[in-house]
Design a protein around this ligand. Structure first.
Ligand SMILES: NC(=O)c1ccc[n+]([C@@H]2O[C@H](COP(=O)([O-])OP(=O)(O)OC[C@H]3O[C@@H](n4cnc5c(N)ncnc54)[C@H](OP(=O)(O)O)[C@@H]3O)[C@@H](O)[C@H]2O)c1
Length: 495
């Protein structure tokens, strides 16, 4: 997002350490994203990628494991096999214990062996369960892997994955204890939604087009709706999901980031600090969600695409009395001059009828509408920003049907990314990893942004747990609980 990105790419030698390299995220997302950057020559010429985890594996076994997920859309100049071979030659593996400084000293030795004269520019990507973050951070520090680089003209960057805590207090504790090891400047909190192409375009859409800016407020916009839905269940992550639930897993991070980008004022410049200042201001203007502002649901058994699915409580690994929501819908009020009275309705759920993410802005009725009789049954203007699948932007307008007589119909101005742009859309992790390499922090969550986001949801999360509020059941494969429609209807909105 920042202009810094389009200038010279990082050319200094670089080591990227993936901690938790044996895991799902590393194998499915991080290594393929690094490979895509490598194929596009966006990594420095001297780059070493070192995997670290407890599992015992030789370099050869590790490379075989990594190679299973490597496909690259960008290796035009050489065959994919040649690119894979040369990429894998740069990948090595060190087995060790996450809480042992000695294991990280071995890692240090490996890094020095790989690049004895380098400036020690290093990225540590913590692709591990969050309860391990602190012990790894302390072990890295004890092995002199954090500050040594800075003292020798290099840099250290630590990437951490959500969830960043479970509420405001635990998030503050994590920030403060990570702060004992890494400075805020060294910390990159990743929310992969911010790397998605359409999300990266939101600021461009709003601030580079004169047509939207004057109507982007309470005078013209009736409501904003953001939907995140999945037709999947737990995908083998019952332990994680039952502890966190949909509010912590999706709403507090991905959806609030989209709200912030939709609601924020124009930043002074594209400098990452300025962008994040405006996002924080927008989040701070949102009142904490109360019990009256939210609906929580949990899927029950149902059939979809000819397949019968368990209800949440019958999923392997889920306690029979779990009150973890698999669905939530909430209304947010952004209490500032621009948005006063405009409901921001957000919903997220698993086990629904389809998988998609989109943002919809509905505009107000045309005052004194000349065509009232003809348009009465038509929907209002709506801007639809489709994040996934089929990334694109559509504008619903009312149009005269060509022919004799006055007949009006809804039509779409449609920008479909796939057909409009002759370029491949990079995966969100490619984009974000390139930003880490470049040191561009615009798309990473700053500590105060995280605080503001937790302040919106922490009180309701505590109430739901303390009062053991049972989520409303909805059938797997449906559109969610009926009360979510009633919540939207209170604001004269249909999802
Ligand atoms: N997977 C995703 O799609 C996804 C999406 C968004 C965010 N995240 C976040 O990204 C991070 C990594 O996710 P992941 O799905 O890759 O995790 P994972 O596969 O469960 O764990 C990564 C590695 O950590 C080690 N590990 C796992 N459980 C451990 C335990 N109880 N004690 C010690 N080591 C353990 C394992 O390596 P060894 O046994 O070899 O040490 C494992 O290969 C997590 O913070 C997760 O919340 C993941």
């Amino acid at each position: 997002m920042s202009q810094e990105k389009s200038t010279a790419y990082q050319k200094e030698p670089l080591s990227i350490v993936v901690i938790g390299a044996s895991g799902d995220l590393a194998q499915r997302k991080i290594y393929p994203a690094l490979f895509a950057l490598y194929c596009q020559k966006l990594l420095p010429d001297v780059v070493h990628i070192v995997g670290f985890a407890r599992s015992e594996m030789s370099n050869t076994d590790f490379r075989t494991k990594v190679s299973r997920n490597l496909t690259c859309r960008y290796s035009q100049e050489e065959s994919n096999e040649a690119a894979i071979k040369s990429f894998l030659e740069r990948c090595t593996y060190v087995a060790g214990q996450y809480n042992e400084a000695e294991s990280f000293r071995q890692l240090h030795k490996e890094l020095q062996h790989l690049d004895p004269d380098g400036a020690e520019n290093r990225i540590f990507y913590m692709s591990i369960p969050p309860f391990l973050f602190m012990e790894v951070a302390h072990a890295l520090k004890a092995a002199d892997l954090v500050n040594r680089a800075e003292n020798r003209g290099g840099w250290t960057r630590a990437v951490i994955e959500k969830p960043f805590g479970e509420d405001r207090q635990s998030s503050d504790e994590l920030t403060s204890s990570m702060g004992q090891v890494f400075t805020e400047k060294q910390t990159y909190r990743i929310d992969h939604y911010l790397g998605k192409e359409v999300i990266q375009n939101l600021m461009v859409l709003r601030f580079a087009n004169m047509v939207f800016d004057p109507i982007w407020d309470r005078a013209s916009i009736h409501d904003v709706r953001i939907t995140w839905m999945e037709d999947l269940s737990l995908e083998g992550r019952a332990g994680y999901f039952d502890e966190y639930g949909i509010i912590r897993d999706v709403m507090q991070n991905h959806l609030l980031q989209m709200v912030a980008l939709m609601a924020m004022e124009p930043p002074v410049s594209l400098f990452s600090g300025h962008v994040r200042d405006e996002k924080v201001k927008a989040l701070r203007a949102i009142a904490p969600v109360g019990l009256n502002d939210i609906v929580v649901g949990q899927y029950s058994a149902g059939a979809m695409k000819g397949k019968q699915h368990f209800g949440y409580l019958d999923e392997p690994g889920v306690p029979k009395d779990s009150i973890t929501p698999t669905y939530a819908a909430a209304v947010l009020q952004v209490n500032n001059r621009r948005w006063d009275g405009v409901p921001f309705l957000i919903r997220a759920g698993k086990g629904l009828s389809s998988s998609m993410t989109e943002i919809r802005l509905r505009f107000r009725e045309v005052p004194g509408n000349l065509f009232k009789d003809a348009t009465g049954h038509l929907s209002k203007n709506e801007l639809v920003i489709r994040v996934q699948p089929d990334a694109g932007i559509a504008f619903h307008i009312v149009n005269r049907v060509p022919g004799l007589g006055m007949q009006l119909a809804e039509s779409n101005l449609n920008l479909r990314y796939e057909s409009a742009f002759q370029t491949k859309i990079p995966d969100a992790y490619e984009s974000l990893l390139l930003d880490v390499v470049q040191g561009d922090k615009s798309l990473f969550i700053r500590a105060d942004e995280l605080e503001a986001a937790w302040d919106i949801f922490t009180p309701i999360l505590h109430t739901l747990a303390k009062d053991r509020i049972k989520p409303e059941p909805y059938t797997f494969g449906s559109n969610g609980p009926a009360s979510a429609d009633a919540l939207a209807a209170r604001f004269n909105v249909k999802w």
